[in-house]
Design a protein around this ligand. Structure first.
Ligand SMILES: [Zn+2]
Length: 222
């Protein structure tokens, strides 16, 4: 979900699924031309300057990182002013992640790798089957399906139509796994979290708001 504040320039991102890849023209990845850190009160914020971004974008990640991405050509609002205005929101989101991460077992790197290898094929089979099922309705085209061992995202959709899913999807209750599949599938039709996007999701999962809330409670599984 993207919460938009009054001004048109800032996107506050708290989508559990797509925290890092909201859209194909996402101001992340190779378009970043500069990255620096800013300290504001007790918060450390990574400020990234993007060659492609057209708007400010402020994200609080599940691992506690706060990232402000700003367009190269935008000079009016200094980063500390943006942060100052959203300080309370940032604190609340940081606290949310701290609380929800607290319940998850911490696995060592080796254990994580093992869990990934053990569940990867089952996850792929599940995702394939559920994508095919739901896509009977949408009839969208997708390319590669990847099962990944990502730390903070459940799934993502690229502008090239590649779909990525966290292997832990196979460990979730069926309805929540379906929600992730439908969410990413619908991003093939709308690479954003617009009203149209949620309408598409709702066509398959009328109770998507509830599922989304449940998934949020779970947070990420480590
Ligand atoms: Zn999304």
């Amino acid at each position: 979900m993207i919460l938009q504040f009054n001004g048109p320039v800032v996107h506050l991102v708290e989508c559990l699924l797509c925290m890092q890849e909201v859209s194909g023209s996402s101001p992340l990845g190779s378009t970043i031309i500069m990255s620096e850190f800013l300290q504001f009160k007790d918060l450390k914020i990574e400020v990234k300057t993007s060659a492609q971004a057209r708007r400010w974008r402020l994200a609080v990640h599940a691992d506690g990182r706060i990232v402000l991405t700003r367009p190269k050509s935008f000079f009016q609002l200094p980063p500390d002013k943006i942060i100052a205005e959203r300080y309370d929101w940032l604190k609340a989101k940081t606290k949310f992640w701290q609380e929800h991460r607290g319940n998850a077992p911490i696995l060592s790197k080796t254990q994580q790798r093992q869990a990934y290898l053990q569940n990867k094929i089952a996850a792929r089979n599940l995702v394939r089957a559920r994508l095919e099922f739901y896509n009977q309705k949408y009839k969208l085209k997708y390319n590669r399906i990847s099962i990944k061992n990502t730390a903070t995202t459940w799934g993502s959709c690229s502008s090239r139509g590649n779909l990525n899913f966290n292997y832990k999807i196979v460990l979730l209750p069926e309805r929540l796994a379906d929600y992730i599949v439908v969410h990413e599938l619908c991003h093939l039709a709308a690479l954003n979290h617009s009203t149209r996007f949620w309408r598409l999701v709702g066509e398959s999962l009328p109770d998507y708001k509830l599922l989304r809330a449940q998934l949020k409670k779970i947070g990420r599984l480590s």
